[in-house]
Design a protein around this ligand. Structure first.
Ligand code: DAH
Length: 354
């Protein structure tokens, strides 16, 4: 085969390789193999000196022509492959700007806290102050000073969790280790308020309470109460009734009726329970109100003179009333929720409704 034929075969082979290269790196490999420092075509260029004189012009022309064709083909293939690679990398990194964004989930106040705030607002509007008491309480404040001494039968309904006090400190009202407990009611805040505050007293005290109860539709081992206490000169049962009737309408709506039923609490005399007319059947009787037409919402009464006296207030000069209710219960009655436990399950589909 003549040199010219060899060159023409090399050109055909190289052009075919260039045409079938599928990436810039494949193309670069072809370039290096043919026109690189030790490439096949470069070798022909370098060996021109060995070509007999009479053939040199023809072979030289052929070598050059081959080089030009190969370089041109390389250039074209290079820009074709670069464009394709750019297009595919853009496609890989593509962002669909027409997709709707993902909304941020924003938390909100829990129904229980919302209910506490709502109740506090009502009483703040009547000039009451919001106070708090300790959740880890002594037997004295939770029972004794509320007229329920150690052998009092009312204690059995409010069994609780007792706290082992490791501090070794003896506070005035702690007689033994079993005297420190998780409070079963917010009523003990009444005693703190009477001991600590100037008279007259108009306070409302929201907070957590604990009982040794198993959770069921109407019981929770930990729940919230709101306590109210008024101590002033000339306070009567009429003040108690007027205040609670106003509060009930503010919570449940003006169309709801209230009734006071005689009851017993150790720290109030007389005592009552307040019912509100059932919002589902409007007094006809249904499952929610167990056929009675009424829903029990709170306990209340006139502060027992003995309780005032134990806290250093003269019952001949001052009188007062108190009331207490369960926050979860009020929330469930207001929004027709059939089970207290639903408030604590953390199901967003439920909680978002409020
Ligand atoms: N502490 C009572 C309870 O947990 C509720 C209560 C009743 C509070 C009468 C009061 C009251 O202040 O006067 O069942």
């Amino acid at each position: 085969m003549s040199l010219v034929d060899e060159l023409s075969a090399l050109a055909d082979k190289t052009l075919a390789e260039i045409a079938s290269a599928t990436s810039s790196s494949e193309l670069e490999a072809v370039r290096v193999a043919v026109v690189g420092k030790s490439g096949t075509l470069t070798a022909y260029l370098r060996s021109m000196g060995n070509v007999p004189k009479e053939e040199r012009a023809e072979v030289g022309k052929s070598v050059n022509a081959t080089r030009v064709r190969v370089e041109q083909a390389l250039e074209e293939a290079k820009s074709r492959l670069a464009a394709a690679e750019l297009a595919s990398s853009i496609e890989d990194a593509a962002v669909d700007v027409t997709l709707p964004g993902r909304a941020q989930q924003i938390g909100s106040r829990h129904l229980i806290n919302g209910m506490i705030d709502e109740l506090c607002e009502i009483f703040l509007g009547l000039g009451y102050s919001v106070v708090e008491g300790p959740e880890v309480e002594t037997d004295y404040y939770n029972f004794e000073a509320l007229n329920a001494p150690a052998d009092h039968p009312s204690r059995s309904m409010q069994d609780t969790f007792y706290v082992h006090d490791r501090s070794g400190e003896k506070s005035t009202h702690i007689q033994s280790e079993s005297d420190v407990l998780l409070r079963t009611q917010t009523s003990g805040v009444q005693i703190h308020a009477m001991e600590d505050r100037e008279l007259p007293i108009y306070v409302i005290a929201p907070g957590k309470v604990y009982r040794r109860d198993v959770a069921d539709p109407s019981h929770l081992p930990q729940f919230h109460q709101i306590e109210g206490l008024v101590v002033d000169k000339g306070i009567t049962f009429g003040d108690l009734k007027g205040t609670l009737e106003y509060a009930c309408r503010a919570i449940f709506g003006p169309e709801r009726k209230t009734r006071f039923r005689a009851h017993y609490f150790p720290f109030t005399e007389p005592s009552a329970e307040v019912d509100v007319s059932c919002g589902i059947c409007h007094g006809e009787g249904c499952r929610m109100c167990k056929g009675t037409g009424w829903l029990e919402i709170l306990g209340c009464g006139m502060v027992d003179p003995n309780v005032l006296e134990m806290s250093g207030i003269d019952p001949e000069v001052y009188s007062g009333f108190a009331f207490g209710c369960g926050v979860e219960r009020i929330a469930c009655l207001k929004y027709d929720v059939p089970d207290l436990r639903m408030l604590l399950e953390g199901d967003m589909r439920f909680l978002r409704q409020f």
